[in-house]
Design a protein. Sequence first.
Length: 343
Amino acid sequence: MLASKSKRWFKKALVRSNILRAASRLFAPSAVILSYHSIVEDPRVTDPILGISRDRASFEAHMQTLARNFSPVTVEDVAQFAKSGRKLPPRAVAVTFDDGFADNCEVALPILRRYGVPATFYIMVDAVENGILPWYCRLRFAFNTTKKPEWRKLDGNATENRSYSLGSPEQRKAALTAAWEVGARLTGSVQQEFIAQVEKQLEVEAAGSPDYAPHGFMMTWEQVRALKKAGHTIGAHTLSHPNVAQVSQDEARSEIAGSKQRLEAEIGAPVDHFSYPHPALNPQWSQQTLEITREAGFKSAALTTCGPVRAGDEPLALKRIYTPADLNQFTWNLQCTFLGRSV
């Protein structure tokens, strides 16, 4: 415990000093892309369903820090820097959101406006189109709330079918991970059928159905267009959020190019930027998916792989970093990434 406190104190002291900032000047110019999903008042309320929310106060502290101590830029700026070395301001940082949760518009947008921070919102088309939660959230809700003592995994391969006990939090987590791994390999209606099957097995209310929460968690198309009108970037995040490196080439092409086409029809403008879903399984991208994004006409594609973006990096495989709620840890992660360290 004492060692942990000393480590936190040391990090805090370094963050408040100019040592890391000065050290970053010795390294080649780079940019950092931040990854967010959901911003809510109290993540404890949404954790049984989403599990990926940041609280409003922490997010505001993050944006205030970016505005004061870094240089907020767009994903387009970062993509051009990676592709051609176009000059960026020092300590350039781009903000991104995945999936298309309504709180991005209702909670995050006023904060972004207050501090003059541009952002890119990568939209999962089917979730917005139908007003239902992403499938991985529906599974999370199902396994967190079921009263059933076990779940039998049925994925079409009798040799892999097995039962998972749900008696403890650790066992529920293992079962959820197994279900995510099945869902990550599916797309469209087949994926929806699998989720419905799990909800039926676990005897839970379908958290993603329109009857349960019509447009309660996800943006509407009007909100997507409002973000665009406010000067932010709309990007694509597939149609149904599979791991596109784990599905067939035709399915990957449909998910990637199809999401671009659908978004462009809705917002009436080009959609040049994409982010890879990573619900489960590795890898999340491949040379094949990279070529599909190129063929579709995307200028950039963002990963969940951590690290900085440097001139000469592949614009269709841009690294991002996660965003811890704690402000000191958040700033520490940013500083270390500019020094070339993955945190």
